[in-house]
Unconditional design. Structure first.
Length: 259
């Protein structure tokens, strides 16, 4: 018989920064400032540090995902799941590093965070030196939320987690007019949906930051990857509900368990 539904609450703060609330409050790849090197925030207000975070998950070491000035805004002692070998990048921040690798899991509050494989450059640029393999995460509480981090399409993407996801947070672009390296564009991300298996998909990692001094380029060539992702998903995975969020807004995804 069907049991009363619960829900997963998600708030997108732009780029790859999401608060996942399901058994715990998990913050992904926090980027909480108005600027990052040569980039400036062009969508949404600069967010305040989210309160009552139980843990942070870091997908990889690039500065738009492991951003020390943003991490410094969080409560001291907050656990930070970070790719193995990179804990030194948190030195001096007062946070609690928890080094992880794909295949491991960490209990956080009433949730279990599963660390899963991803395919993306592992180097801490622009200086190099510190490395830690890129990962994604599945937050399992009442439901299951897949945070892909940054990744390209890879074999075995549908075998990361034994159950169907309630919601998948998928990167669909990056910053600037061109997409380089191991990323997914809107059509590639939509093509993953039948493989990974999810009820709801939310596009992230697009439209938040833009290079300074290139506003004229943005007006001429910048497109809307989130909406393009939704259009491709309607064709490639019509059973999946796509929710395109505005930066700073929340949504709730119902979870229905059965016995």
């Amino acid at each position: 018989m069907a049991l009363p539904s619960t829900s997963i609450r998600l708030t997108w703060w732009g780029h790859a920064t999401v608060v996942i609330q399901d058994g715990a409050r998990i913050l992904t790849d926090p980027l909480l400032t108005g600027a990052l090197m040569h980039l400036h925030r062009r969508a949404g207000l600069v967010p305040h540090p989210p309160p009552d975070i139980d843990a942070v998950v870091i997908s990889h070491l690039h500065m738009d995902h492991l951003h020390r000035p943003s991490l410094a805004l969080l409560e001291p002692g907050t656990p930070v799941l970070i790719p193995r070998g990179a804990a030194s990048l948190l030195d001096g921040l007062g946070l609690e590093p928890v080094e992880v690798a794909a295949g491991e899991e960490v209990r956080v509050g009433d949730a279990t965070v599963h660390v899963v494989h991803a395919v993306h450059d592992a180097t801490r640029w622009p200086w190099g030196g510190v490395r830690g393999e890129a990962v994604g995460y599945v937050v399992q509480g009442a439901g299951a939320t897949y945070f892909a981090g940054d990744t390209s399409v890879f074999d075995g993407m549908g075998e990361l987690y034994p159950q169907r996801y309630d919601v998948a947070l998928l990167p669909v672009w990056g910053w600037g007019p061109n997409l380089r390296g191991e990323h997914m564009d809107p059509e590639q991300a939509a093509g993953c949906l039948p493989v990974i298996g999810t009820d709801v998909a939310i596009p992230i990692h697009y439209g938040t930051f833009w290079p300074r001094g290139m506003g004229w380029v943005r007006k001429r060539v910048f497109h809307e990857p989130g909406r393009e992702f939704a259009e491709h998903a309607r064709r490639l995975a019509p059973s999946v509900e796509v929710r395109v969020l505005e930066v700073g807004t929340s949504t709730e995804v119902a979870v229905r368990t059965t016995t």
